[in-house]
Write a protein that binds this ligand. Structure first.
Ligand code: DX5
Ligand code: ZN
Length: 228
C-alpha cells in the first residue's frame, strides 16, 4: 500500500516553520499542505503567497495549496510564481469551477477539487475527468484540530469507486482530524493521501515520531486494503 502523507503546516510553530518542514521532509513527507484562508470563505485567517515563497527556498517537496478563499482565480498566478506545485479548490461557492481547474492546468500545475462534508460525492461526476486529485474534507474547513467526521467515510468510498471506474491515477485525499485512530479508517475506505496537521506538528512528540506513528497505524491494513 502506498499511502502518501501531506503534513499541514497550519498546526506548525510558525516561528520555526522552516525547521519543522525540514523535519517533515527528512521523515519522508510526500508533500507539504498549505492552508490558505481569507476570513470570508471560511471564518478564519491563515497564510498566503509569502509563506509559499519562503518555503520554496527551504524544501524540495511539492507544495500543495488548499485554497479556502472566495475568489481562487484571483491569486493563482501569484501562488504559481511563488513556487506552488498544485492547487486544491473547493466545489462549494465556485460558479465556474471548470474554468478554475482549466486555468490551473494551463499554468502547468496539478489541479484537485475539494468537497465539504455536506457535499455529496455525486457532485464530482462531471469534473472528475479534469482533475488529478479529489480532496474529501473530513471536517468542516476553517480550523485545525477538529474531530474527524465518521459520516464522511461512505463518501470516501463512493469517491474511490467513481474514480476506479474512470481513471485509477486520480488521488483520493482526506483532510481534517486525521490521526493514528482515523487514518486507518480513511485508508480502508479508499484514501491514498492523508493530510495531517495536529497529528504531525502537535508537539506531543517529534515530527519524525509523529509521522512514524501515523504510518504504523496503517500497517494492520496492509493485508486487507479497502476492508471497511
Ligand atoms: C482545515 C484544513 C486542514 C487542517 C487539518 O480547514 O484544511 O488542512 O490543517 O488540521 P488537523 O489535521 O489538525 O485536523
Ligand atoms: Zn487543508
Amino acid at each position: 500500500m502506498n499511502v502518501k502523507l501531506a503534513p499541514s503546516i497550519l498546526a506548525a510553530d510558525f516561528a520555526r516553520l522552516g525547521r519543522q518542514v525540514a523535519e517533515a521532509e527528512q521523515a519522508g513527507a510526500d508533500r507539504i499542505h498549505v492552508d490558505v484562508m481569507d476570513g470570508h470563505f471560511v471564518p478564519n485567517l491563515s497564510m498566503g503567497v509569502p509563506i509559499v515563497a519562503s518555503l520554496r527556498q527551504v524544501t524540495r517537496l511539492p507544495l500543495e495549496v488548499h485554497l479556502m478563499i472566495s475568489n481562487p482565480d484571483m491569486f493563482l498566478d501569484e501562488f504559481v510564481e511563488a513556487g506552488s506545485d498544485s492547487f486544491l479548490v473547493h466545489w462549494e461557492g465556485n460558479a465556474n469551477l471548470q474554468r478554475t481547474i482549466q486555468r490551473i492546468t494551463s499554468l502547468g500545475k496539478r489541479a484537485g477539487v475539494v468537497i465539504n462534508p455536506a457535499t455529496p460525492a455525486a457532485m464530482l461526476e462531471d469534473i472528475l475527468q479534469e482533475v488529478e486529485q479529489v480532496l474529501v474534507m473530513t471536517v468542516n474547513p476553517g480550523f485545525g484540530h477538529q474531530q474527524f467526521l465518521p459520516m464522511t467515510l461512505p463518501k470516501i468510498r463512493r469517491v474511490r469507486q467513481m474514480i476506479d471506474r474512470i481513471d485509477a491515477s486520480c488521488e483520493v485525499e482526506v483532510d481534517g482530524g486525521i490521526d493514528a485512530d482515523t487514518a486507518p479508517l480513511a485508508v480502508a475506505a479508499g484514501a491514498d493521501v492523508l493530510v495531517a496537521g495536529t497529528a504531525i506538528f502537535g508537539k506531543r512528540e517529534t515530527v519524525d515520531a509523529a509521522m512514524h506513528r501515523l504510518r504504523a497505524s496503517l500497517e494492520q491494513l496492509e493485508k486487507q486494503p479497502y476492508s471497511v
